[in-house]
Design a protein around this ligand. Structure first.
Ligand SMILES: [Zn+2]
Length: 446
């Protein structure tokens, strides 16, 4: 595109108009992501940003823009997935990721990125890749405009201690054959792995300091990383300007993460009062995401896949889910930013269902639809490190916008229905253009 324009500039007559890059959403019901009640306005997008949000309309102004007649439909910020694994491939076992060749794996990762954008997710915070460079290469392709996808913060693979979550090695097999994580032991090994991930271009360092219910010998309440190990990764993150995200289910793991400066805390299943106090004290800095979908669906919708595998496991998962929800309600009361995002990428919890997490926030955590939307938009922008220009419908903000059929405040579940997303815009460009009957080219007219 840039090259074409440069050539045109040399040869075209001076009277040729510049390419039209402005879009006017006329008469939208703006749900701006701040929590304010919706209001009617015209929203003008110029280049990649929102140029104006005019309550009462821009009538009388001279506008050189493509016009989208919204007829009072909801215009809202794009959503943010806070716990993404774009390289999970909807398979039963995580072992499968080790056997999938990197070429096919990258294509699958890019396919999921497009699906997220198709589903209204214009931002994506990765909670670990399953090969070291999958997220990084996908992010770069998206950023260069070579492949459609959300704004993506690329993660490392999970850095996990030997015997921790995701260490699938068996002594009689070649260690490399069964890995989708990177085993590290001791602060030096974690530091080296974190530095290596930084060298490869990640934005997020993912650690696994606690156990997990799905792995019987290391339950959620178990803490598996030492303070030195957590501190080493957090130090690298600070030095290199990277985020540290942690699978932190045990009370002690949460405390280690907050004390040493981790930025994003997942699950928090076994948080005790001290852990909740620490998270609250850091609430201007940290983000929390419970990842409810993967647990809820494993419990209630994975029967066809033979899950939960035993009554005992069902009981443990049920207890974990109950504890996690209770903690999230407490954190909400304490004013902590809790975000939707649900570990999608299993056959019983497939990619593309991500907006379902907002419904879980309403049904399981007592959020109003408005609160769930604010969490997925304004807080999502802040999670992406762009709270000053991402996640709101506001002048100067990046134009990541959804035009929605119906009222998500009346029924937040409708955001799950891709056919209700009438238009999807990222950075001022339509990923999904509105139906032609909505669009009217009107240049230099009010
Ligand atoms: Zn995860």
């Amino acid at each position: 595109m840039g090259e074409t324009l440069a050539r045109v500039e040399h040869s075209a007559p001076a009277t040729v108009d510049p390419p039209m890059s402005a879009t006017l959403f006329r008469d939208a019901r703006v749900l701006d992501g701040s929590g304010e009640a919706p209001y009617r306005a015209d929203v003008l997008v110029d280049g990649e940003r929102i140029a104006a949000v005019a309550r009462g309309g821009l009538a009388g102004a001279t506008i050189d823009a493509a016009i989208v007649e919204c007829d009072g439909r909801t215009l809202m910020p794009g959503l943010c997935e806070s716990h993404a694994h774009l390289s999970f491939v909807d398979t039963m076992t995580l072992q499968h990721h080790a056997f999938l060749p990197v070429e096919e794996h990258l294509l699958a990762t890019l396919r999921h990125a497009k699906l997220y954008l198709d589903s209204g997710f214009t931002s994506c915070f990765s909670a670990a890749a399953t090969k070291p460079r999958l997220d990084v290469v996908a992010r770069n392709a998206i950023d260069r405009g070579e492949h459609p996808g959300p704004r993506t913060l690329a993660a490392s693979v999970q850095l996990t201690p030997t015997g921790g979550v995701g260490d699938l090695r068996q002594l009689h097999l070649d260690p490399g054959d069964a890995m989708y994580t990177q085993p590290c032991d001791g602060a030096d090994a974690f530091r080296r792995a974190a530095r290596e991930a930084c060298r490869e271009g990640v934005d997020v360092l993912k650690i696994v300091p606690s156990g997990d219910t799905s792995t019987p010998h290391i339950p959620s309440a178990a803490t598996l990383m030492t303070a030195d190990e957590v501190a080493a990764v957090c130090e690298v993150g600070r030095q290199r300007g990277k985020r540290v995200a942690a699978h932190a289910r045990s009370a002690e793991s949460i405390k280690l993460c907050v004390r040493h400066g981790a930025d994003v805390l997942y699950h928090l299943t076994c948080a005790d009062e001290e852990a909740l106090d620490l998270v609250e004290a850091a609430k201007d800095r940290v983000f929390v995401a419970p990842a409810l979908a993967v647990t809820w669906t494993r419990l209630h919708e994975a029967g066809n896949f033979g899950l939960p595998a035993s009554p005992a496991l069902r009981e443990r998962i049920e207890a974990d889910l109950g504890m996690t929800c209770e903690r999230m309600r407490a954190l909400k009361r304490r004013g902590v930013r809790v975000l939707p995002g649900g570990d999608y990428g299993f056959p019983w919890n497939p990619h593309g269902n991500n907006a379902r997490d907002l419904q879980f926030f309403v049904d399981l955590l007592g959020y109003t639809p408005m609160e769930a939307i604010v969490a997925a938009t304004r807080h999502g922008g802040a999670l992406m490190g762009r709270g000053a220009d991402l996640g709101l419908v506001r002048a100067g903000y990046l134009a990541d916008l959804l035009l929605v059929d119906g009222d998500p405040l009346a029924d937040v579940a409708l955001l799950r229905d891709r056919s209700r997303l009438r238009a999807i815009m990222k950075g001022g460009a339509f990923h999904k253009a509105p139906p032609p009957r909505d669009a009217r080219e009107q240049r230099r007219a009010a």
